[in-house]
Design a protein around this ligand. Structure first.
Ligand code: FAD
Length: 323
């Protein structure tokens, strides 16, 4: 049954996050031939509307307001409830990002509907909309048939391929004026931590260090490898607890969940809590000097050796390949 599906275009520093395009692709499936409408919320976001159209949105609704220039749960939920009220979608798809995780349960509760959280796939099977999502910290996957007046889901970044960008695709871009009131949180200033390079949650390649890197300087060879591969740096909690790096790099059950194409684990033992955040990576390479390390059980390629010898060798070889 064709239905209208609303997608939130997530904006960070005046740029759309990739997961917005992946959400559009997921929305196409959920729409079953119906219309896909993108919502853009914020300030000075007009220039981003075309990109949502080029990645598959049929139409874009912008809600621009001074009070929406930074994310607040109150402000965004008022804006999105207003779009939902005016569009009456039969489906809603957000990215399973910090923002999506915060906002979606709040909206689902207001709409009195269920929420499929952290989906890694959506398909039509046997005439039903079926979402796949990880359970038990990624050790198993469940498939959920979803019905109802509003099918609401968040999708994990890097799992559902976005549609090919079509620069000739256009569509209607309209504005919705929303009177945003009673913000209980006001963002006065955003102080960014100095992070280098690629965003961890959307990176295609991650080079992660564990307690085996032994110091913050021990991350240097990993950073060189990540640079050559155009990847991001990640870490185990062991490395964060030891103060070798910032907690924003932590991957795992209580850190970020990532699904890159390539995950290179260096000096990480492979505790279950770490695996919960990275075991669904497409290709896992483990470098560890202990041949019995648990990480080798889930690695596609294992290198038993000292990371301080192996990592620079890999960097050298990748440099030759000009990847
Ligand atoms: P270790 O377990 O100490 O492993 C270091 C590894 O480095 C060893 O395997 C060693 O052989 C290898 N090594 C040492 N020197 C070298 C060298 N020169 N070359 C190559 N290899 C070398 N952990 C997470 O990562 N993420 C989480 O989100 C997380 N959440 C948690 C939540 C809870 C509630 C709890 C209880 C724990 C959590 N942990 C988490 C901690 C987790 O249990 C482990 O303690 C942690 O992952 C270990 O980090 P590590 O692998 O870096 O350190």
């Amino acid at each position: 049954m064709a239905r209208k599906v609303l997608v939130l275009g997530e904006v960070r520093e005046q740029t759309l996050r990739n997961v917005s395009f992946e959400a559009l692709a997921a929305a196409k499936t959920v729409a079953e031939g119906g219309e896909v409408v993108a919502a853009l919320v914020g300030k000075n976001i007009s220039s981003l509307a075309d990109e949502m159209l080029q990645y598959g949105a049929d139409r874009v609704v912008k809600i621009e307001n001074e009070k929406l220039k930074a994310y607040t749960p109150d402000g965004y939920s008022q804006a999105l409830l207003a779009v939902i009220e005016s569009e009456k979608p039969g489906g809603i798809v957000f990215g399973h990002t910090a923002l999506g995780k915060d906002l979606s349960p709040k909206l689902a509760a207001k709409l009195n509907t269920g929420l499929i959280s952290d989906a890694t796939n959506v398909e039509i099977a046997g005439g039903n909309i079926v979402f796949t999502r990880p359970i038990y910290s990624g050790k198993a996957f469940e498939k959920k048939i979803v019905t109802g007046d509003i099918i609401f889901a968040t999708i994990r970044p890097n799992n559902i391929a976005s549609l090919e960008k079509d620069e000739s695709h256009t569509g209607e871009i309209s504005s919705l004026s929303v009177d945003i009131k009673d913000l209980r949180t006001i963002v006065k200033e955003v102080i960014r931590k100095a992070t280098e390079g690629v965003d961890l949650s959307e990176a295609k390649v991650i080079v992660a260090g564990g307690r085996g890197v032994k110091s913050s300087n021990g991350f240097e060879p990993l950073k060189e490898l990540a640079n050559v591969l155009g990847g991001a740096i990640g870490a185990s909690r062991g490395a964060c607890d030891a103060d070798y790096c910032d907690y924003s790099l932590q991957i795992g059950q209580t850190g970020k969940v990532v699904t890159p194409d390539l995950y290179i684990a260096c000096g990480i033992s492979g505790a279950i809590q770490h695996l919960a955040g990275m075991s669904n990576s497409k290709v896992i390479v483990a470098i560890n000097k202990d041949p019995e390390a648990n990480i080798f059980k889930i690695a596609d390629y294992g290198i038993v050796g000292d990371l301080f010898e192996v990592v620079p060798l890999l960097t050298q070889e990748f440099k030759k390949l000009n990847v």
